[in-house]
Design a protein around this ligand. Structure first.
Ligand SMILES: NC(=O)c1ccc[n+]([C@@H]2O[C@H](COP(=O)([O-])OP(=O)(O)OC[C@H]3O[C@@H](n4cnc5c(N)ncnc54)[C@H](OP(=O)(O)O)[C@@H]3O)[C@@H](O)[C@H]2O)c1
Length: 277
């Protein structure tokens, strides 16, 4: 059974495959394998330098392109209209596609004409190059400005989110505005496997800690998750997380964990929202 997030015309499988930092043949092989196992959502970005490898996997796979959700993103130093257009053209060419399912601004910047950047983003949707548009790594005040003040029809936001990092305020806002929230780094780079409370829940159900961490995300309305996994065994385990059944006691235990551990915060990151647990 497919588990889908529906938001403003977006129909995105809840579990996707993250592709960073895979490159070249390793990436092509991992994406082809994931598609063969049943994944129908692939996350890439211009900055990952692997869109061509993903495009090769899409071309090799017997699964029709229209059955696969592909997200890509434009880097933060390419947000002037001409540069954005070139980035979109390069992405489509590399992905061997006439459209992407979701096109995102990868990070905000301060060096931009925000309304023009957003107009360009919207024009991609109007031209059918992007079926849906979204943003990644936008803190809540900036997301509010983009939606409430500037009226941009975003279907999704992508942020770091896992059992060690809370995103309640952003998630509330996303739900109120019929947007999906894609959780990146959903396994906290496998740190979730070392958390005693997660190990305890996993032992209780006879599953893996990574599956508990993923299912906690996937059970939440509007939330999708994109764990990166290269091996067949990890890809399969992550897919099987969809079948795990967590109960109220498990959720209460996970809610009691401190949620302040951000894994991804490069020097160009915005000022993040206060931690919310
Ligand atoms: N928008 C953004 O700014 C942004 C930032 C960061 C990441 N992302 C996206 O999010 C994706 C995932 O994030 P991430 O790669 O940072 O972290 P992650 O998915 O939390 O962790 C990936 C690591 O966990 C391992 N792993 C996966 N499944 C496992 C399993 N079942 N058991 C044990 N280990 C497992 C992987 O190993 P193997 O590969 O060996 O399986 C890899 O080392 C990226 O690939 C990218 O697409 C987006």
């Amino acid at each position: 059974m497919q588990h889908i997030v529906n938001a403003q015309g977006l129909n995105m499988p809840k579990l996707g495959l993250g592709t960073w930092p895979m490159l070249g043949e390793e990436c092509t092989r991992a994406v082809e394998q994931a598609l063969a196992l049943g994944y129908r959502h692939i996350d890439t970005a211009a900055a990952y330098d692997n869109e061509d490898a993903v495009g090769q996997a899409l071309a090799n796979s017997p699964t029709p392109r229209e059955q696969i959700h592909v997200t890509t993103k434009v880097w933060w130093d390419q947000l002037h209209p001409d540069a954005m257009r070139h980035s979109m053209d390069r992405s489509l060419k590399a992905l061997r596609s006439e459209y992407v399912d979701l096109f995102m601004l990868h990070w905000p910047t301060t060096d931009w004409d925000l309304p023009r950047t957003l107009d360009t983003l919207v024009s991609f949707k109007e031209q059918g190059l992007a079926r849906n548009i979204g943003v990644a790594n936008f803190p809540l005040p900036l997301l509010r400005k983009v939606i409430a003040e500037l009226g941009t029809p975003l279907s999704a936001i992508q942020v770091e989110y896992h059992v060690l990092l809370g995103q309640n305020a952003l998630l509330d806002y996303a739900r109120q505005h019929d947007m999906a929230l894609t959780a990146y780094t959903p396994l906290a780079r496998n740190k979730v496997s070392q958390i005693p409370a997660i190990q305890q829940i996993a032992a209780k159900h006879g599953v893996l800690p990574t599956q508990v961490a993923l299912k906690w995300l996937l059970d939440q309305p509007n939330v999708a998750a994109i764990p990166k996994a290269s091996s067949e065994s990890n890809q399969l385990a992550n897919l099987a997380a969809l079948d795990v059944r967590l109960d109220d006691e498990d959720r209460a235990l996970i809610a009691s964990l401190s949620k302040r551990e951000r894994q991804v915060s490069p020097d160009f990151a915005p000022v993040w929202d206060a931690f919310d647990e």
